[in-house]
Write a new protein. Structure first.
Length: 294
C-alpha cells in the first residue's frame, strides 16, 4: 500500500479497515497409476506416472509424466535421487484465439497446479522407486477485509510494521470481476518470451548433499530446499512430510503472487479501478497526546 501524505500530528495513529486481495488455494493428493511396470526399469525406460485431476468446474484433466531411473551423467555416485516438477492444468485460456498481450495476461484467473516428486533408491544393485507424491492445488484470488494500523513517519502515513495487517477471514469472498493470476514461471500456459521467472534460480549442483540429489525440472520445488527454503533435503523423501511440502509450495506462490499483483495493478490517486466499486474505508483516528482539562 502506498504511503499517504498528511499534516496529521505524529501523535495520531489510524486503525483502518479496507479490502485486500489474497491468493487462496485448495490442495488434494492424487491417486497415481504406474503405466510401465517395475520389470522394465532395468532397461532404463521411463516409468510413466498418470493421474486424473478434477478441476474446480467439475471437468477432468489428464496428467502424466515420465519418471526416468537414469542418473544425470555428470553426477558422482549418490544413494538417493529425488525428481520433481509442476504442471499447469484446468485453465480456461484459449491461446489459439488472436488477442493482445494485455488480454492474454488478464484472461487467466484460475489455475490448477499439479506438483509431483518421486524418489529413486540407488543404494541397491537395482534402482527402485521408493516413493511418489502427486498433489493438485487450485489457485484463485479472493477478497478479504483487513485491519491496518498506520502511523506518522516524516510527514507520511505508513503501515505500522509492529502491528501487521490482520485479515478477517469471515469476510472472504471471490473477487468480482476476477483478478488475473500473475505470471510466476515457465509452467504458466501464457508463457511469453517477455516474461521471466519469479522463483530464485537454483542449480542442480547447489542442492546435492548428504548423498541426496534433487533433480527438478522447475524452480518451484528446488527453491524449497534448505538453505534457500525451509525444507530439509531428506524431508522430500519422507511420506510424513508431504503436507508440509505442499504448504511451503502454496505459501511461496502466494507471497510471489501478492508482490507481483501489488506492482502490476497498483493505481495512482487519480486513476479509476475497472473493478466493482470498493466500499468506503472505515478508519479510526487515535490521538495519543496527553491532555489535561484545567
Amino acid at each position: 500500500m502506498p504511503s499517504l501524505t498528511s499534516e496529521i500530528d505524529r501523535s495520531i495513529t489510524i486503525e483502518a479497515i479496507m479490502p485486500a486481495a489474497t491468493l487462496v488455494s485448495s490442495c488434494k493428493k492424487l491417486t497415481v497409476t504406474d503405466i510401465i511396470g517395475e520389470e522394465e526399469w532395468l532397461e532404463r525406460r521411463p516409468n510413466e506416472l498418470a493421474a486424473e485431476v478434477t478441476c474446480p468446474d467439475g471437468t477432468t484433466a489428464h496428467w502424466n509424466t515420465s519418471a526416468w531411473n537414469t542418473l544425470p551423467y555428470e553426477l558422482p555416485v549418490v544413494n538417493w535421487v529425488i525428481h520433481g516438477k509442476n504442471d499447469a492444468k484446468c485453465y480456461e485460456w484459449n491461446k489459439s484465439r488472436p488477442s493482445t498481450y494485455d488480454l492474454i495476461y488478464a484472461s487467466l484467473t484460475t489455475l490448477t497446479e499439479v506438483y509431483s516428486w518421486y524418489q529413486w533408491n540407488y543404494s541397491s544393485k537395482i534402482p527402485m522407486m521408493t516413493s511418489k507424491h502427486v498433489w493438485a492445488c487450485d489457485y484463485s484470488w479472493s477478497r478479504v477485509m483487513v485491519t491496518i494500523s498506520m502511523l506518522m513517519t516524516n510527514g507520511e502515513l505508513i503501515i505500522d510494521h509492529s502491528k501487521p495487517p490482520r485479515p478477517n477471514n469471515s469476510t472472504l469472498r471471490s473477487w468480482d470481476p476476477p483478478l488475473p493470476l500473475p505470471y510466476i514461471d515457465a509452467m504458466d500456459p501464457r508463457a511469453l518470451p517477455e516474461l521471466g521467472i519469479a522463483y530464485p534460480m537454483v542449480t542442480s549442483e547447489n542442492i546435492m548433499r548428504e548423498g541426496v540429489f534433487i533433480r527438478s525440472s522447475t524452480d518451484a520445488l528446488r527453491a524449497l530446499v534448505q538453505p534457500w527454503g525451509e525444507i530439509p533435503i531428506r524431508d522430500m523423501a519422507d511420506p510424513e512430510k508431504e503436507e508440509s511440502i505442499i504448504k511451503a509450495l502454496t505459501h511461496n506462490r502466494a507471497v510471489l503472487s501478492a508482490q507481483l499483483l501489488s506492482i502490476e495493478h497498483r493505481l495512482g490517486l487519480n486513476q479509476t479501478s475497472t473493478a466493482e466499486a470498493l466500499p468506503p474505508i472505515e478508519a479510526v483516528f487515535i490521538d495519543h497526546n496527553r491532555q489535561r482539562i484545567v
